[in-house]
Design a protein around this ligand. Structure first.
Ligand SMILES: [Fe+2]
Length: 425
């Protein structure tokens, strides 16, 4: 037991108390959404009890389990998502009835007539070992990085065990992030927050102070595969060498439909989910987009035609734009996650209204292919404007325009090398 409350840190989605050496503790919360067992047969209840026994038996000698059970009325996240979806709808009658439902439920929530039970399992363990005999700061950083990576792996394994124990009857086990831990601590220490729906404690959470490991991903564009298998293979090899969590592609796989099967076959060597949007040449080639969709989906990613995906455990909202001012409303950025947008034409960054993104990626310009020193590109295609190459500040957020991989219409590059871009956010 500690005589005084130990200092704690939110780090790598873990809670570390009293430092990462002997005398410290590490903990992680898991939200347990149990199955609905009302009116079920006794055998089902027995089976859930068995799962609880298994949970207790799965704990190691050095582990402790703390159970937090409470009720709240906090349906803000779900209701705001419902409202956001309503805004995107075209039919005015649907909108009106959904808005009425939103207002009714929001009022019920404020009156605390909606109730939801929450169950959180915290699993903690003592920290063993100390950084003895380490003198330099660099070595110490390395020691802590390794210790944290090991702890993360250990808790990922605990999550797997919990999922295996509870999945039989449809229960869900959701590992908590730094933001979840922060929110639970604040609400636990300030019970009156349950009465307030006009204030979100997460607004005070400085995520940059909670050290989360960076998310590494790769951006490449404008492959223009014309049959040079070796070159495209080398692109795949370079992408894999960065071990990205996912890969973004911003258009122009090919110019002629006959090269699509070969291009996709080589790109299938990328060992990460691949997300992409079409470029002008993908349209002009008249290659069936169904083939693109099938291929990108098979990588674990998606071909995004004005669609969005929540990726990397919900930390990134990835939006792929294929049309501007088309029939479909453009997907909107989401609060409290990194919003990443992919589109082919850099100039689209000027036409996204008041949407704000943490990062936008585009291609199409090829950097001009020929760049005269102290002057810039000799020629640029349409849809680029001043965003020819590199990072730009725009009204909708930072935009990175890559020089791409291939060439069009001439096989020339001068002072403008092809590139594969690695981001860590
Ligand atoms: Fe291109």
């Amino acid at each position: 037991m500690f005589e005084n409350a130990p200092n704690g840190f939110f780090i790598h989605d873990l809670l570390v108390f009293n430092g990462l050496s002997q005398g410290g503790y590490v903990s992680k919360g898991f939200i347990l959404q149990p199955p609905d067992l009302t009116n079920v047969q006794i055998s089902e209840l027995n089976s859930f009890q068995d799962q609880i026994c298994l949970l207790l038996a799965s704990l190691g000698d050095n582990q402790r389990l703390q159970v937090q059970f409470f009720c709240d009325s906090d349906y803000r996240k779900e209701l705001l998502r419902f409202q956001q979806e309503t805004e995107a709808m075209a039919n005015s009658w649907t909108k009106r009835s959904r808005n009425e439902r939103f207002t009714r439920y929001w009022r019920l929530m404020e009156e605390r007539q909606l109730r939801r039970q929450r169950l959180i399992l915290y699993i903690s363990r003592k920290v063993e070992g100390s950084p003895k005999g380490i003198r330099s700061e660099k070595e110490l950083t390395k020691y802590y990085d390794t210790a944290l990576a090991q702890l993360q792996a250990e808790f990922a394994q605990i999550h797997e065990v919990l999922t295996r124990i509870f999945s039989g009857q449809g229960a869900r086990v959701i590992p908590m992030t730094d933001a979840d831990h922060y929110l639970h601590c604040v609400k636990f220490l300030n019970p009156s927050l349950a009465e307030r729906f006009d204030y979100d404690p997460l607004d005070a959470f400085a995520s940059e102070l909670a050290e989360t490991p960076g998310i590494r991903f790769v951006h490449f564009s404008d492959l223009h595969h014309k049959g040079d298998r070796e070159h495209t293979r080398s692109v795949v090899k370079t992408i894999n060498s960065f071990s990205p969590e996912f890969v973004c592609f911003t258009g122009d796989v090919i110019e002629e439909a006959r090269f699509l099967p070969e291009a996709l076959e080589i790109l299938s060597g990328i060992k990460a989910p691949l997300y992409g949007v079409p470029g002008n040449h993908d349209y002009w080639s008249r290659a069936p987009f169904a083939d693109y969709t099938r291929f990108f989906t098979a990588t674990g990613g998606a071909w995004l035609m004005d669609e969005q995906r929540s990726i990397v455990a919900g930390k990134i909202n990835l939006i792929g734009l294929a049309h501007l001012g088309g029939k479909h409303p453009l997907p909107a950025p989401k609060p409290r996650v990194k919003n990443l947008a992919l589109f082919h034409y850099p100039a689209w960054a000027k036409s996204l209204g008041n949407r704000k993104f943490d990062l936008m990626l585009a291609g199409h310009s090829h950097g001009g292919q020929v760049r005269i020193p102290f002057y810039g590109p000799l020629m640029l295609p349409f849809g680029v404007d001043e965003y020819d190459l590199g990072l730009f500040r725009t009204q909708s957020g930072p935009l990175y325009v890559t020089s791409g991989i291939g060439w069009y219409p001439f096989p020339v590059r001068f002072n403008c090398r092809p590139e594969i871009v690695v981001f860590e956010i």
